[in-house]
Design a protein around this ligand. Structure first.
Ligand SMILES: [Zn+2]
Length: 289
């Protein structure tokens, strides 16, 4: 495990050793990515952390009943960004990589009834019984050797979680059919990060606490994202930065440990107007070079 100041302390995206360590994060001055620090070297640590967390079904349902209302619209927007009406009537093979509870398959099948929607997730048990019927599950342990090829691969809020983003993209590129597309939607840093870093270290620390963790290993910069794509044999077909949240405002403030009512009010106003104020997500479509 790299330590601050040690010789093997380097950015996993661009290999720069020019890292600014603050709290539990490292900000790379080379590619500008914000990393959870020290970062896990493999998925094993993530699986161990997930098992320690052990999420009872009732808690998972509570989470999904809070997020799925927003996600129904988010998923529709994502799917229509990656696939237009020219995809109708085809027996598409679609993969929801890191699909968790499996809600995305419902939105896919609603648009494209002939499609087969596959799901794989580092936590196989995350697939909810309520949504299982729409999904063909590939156990995560079997995924690398599985021979299925896909027309569309979706990574909705996944690319910030994976320990080896380069490795994941290379693997997924190999699993595309000719002309296939990969959709990625993942958090990026926006102006609040550098401005709070300059103006209020305590607010900056709260933002980091709310957005960077063992579950959110990298918050992208455009430069870091483009570097990863370039090394994976893929090219960016469509790219935009957008504002998108999967949970209500109270959830994010709870995570940041914000209790002061005035700060909470400011947070709610920010959240409600986020589409005008902050582009917090990368949304893009990748194809093979
Ligand atoms: Zn870097």
């Amino acid at each position: 495990m790299p330590e601050a100041g040690s010789t093997d302390a380097q950015c996993k995206i661009c290999q720069s050793a020019d890292l600014e360590i603050f709290e539990h994060t490292a900000h790379c001055r080379g590619c500008r990515v914000l990393l959870y620090w020290p970062y896990p070297k493999s998925d094993d640590e993530l699986i161990a952390a997930g098992e320690k967390k052990s999420w009872p079904v009732a808690n998972a349902l509570e989470w999904y009943s809070e997020s799925s209302f927003l996600n129904h619209a988010n998923f529709t927007q994502m799917l229509r960004y990656a696939a237009d009406e020219s995809f109708r009537g085809r027996s598409l093979d679609i993969l929801d990589f890191g699909g968790g509870g499996g809600q995305f398959a419902l939105v896919c099948k609603s648009h494209f009834p002939e499609a087969s929607v596959y799901i794989t997730d580092i936590f196989d048990d995350a697939l909810l019984d309520e949504w299982r019927a729409m999904n063909i599950q590939i156990p995560f342990a079997d995924f690398a050797d599985d021979g299925t090829k896909f027309d569309l691969i979706f990574l909705n809020d996944v690319f910030e979680h994976v320990s080896d983003p380069k490795g994941v993209l290379k693997q997924l590129a190999e699993k595309l059919k000719p002309g296939g597309r990969i959709f990625i939607d993942t958090p990026k840093q926006f102006w609040l990060y550098p401005t709070s870093k300059l103006s209020s270290k305590s607010l900056y620390a709260k933002i980091l606490r709310g957005t960077v963790s063992i579950y959110h290993l990298q918050i992208w910069s455009r430069k870091a994202f483009e570097m990863v794509v370039a090394t994976s044999g893929l090219t960016i077909e469509k790219y935009r930065e957008t504002s998108e949240y999967t949970m209500p405002a109270s959830f994010y403030m709870r995570n940041m440990g914000i209790t002061n009512p005035i700060v909470k009010l400011a947070g709610s106003l920010f959240y409600r107007n986020a589409k005008y104020l902050a582009k917090n997500k990368i949304m893009c479509v990748l194809t093979k070079k």
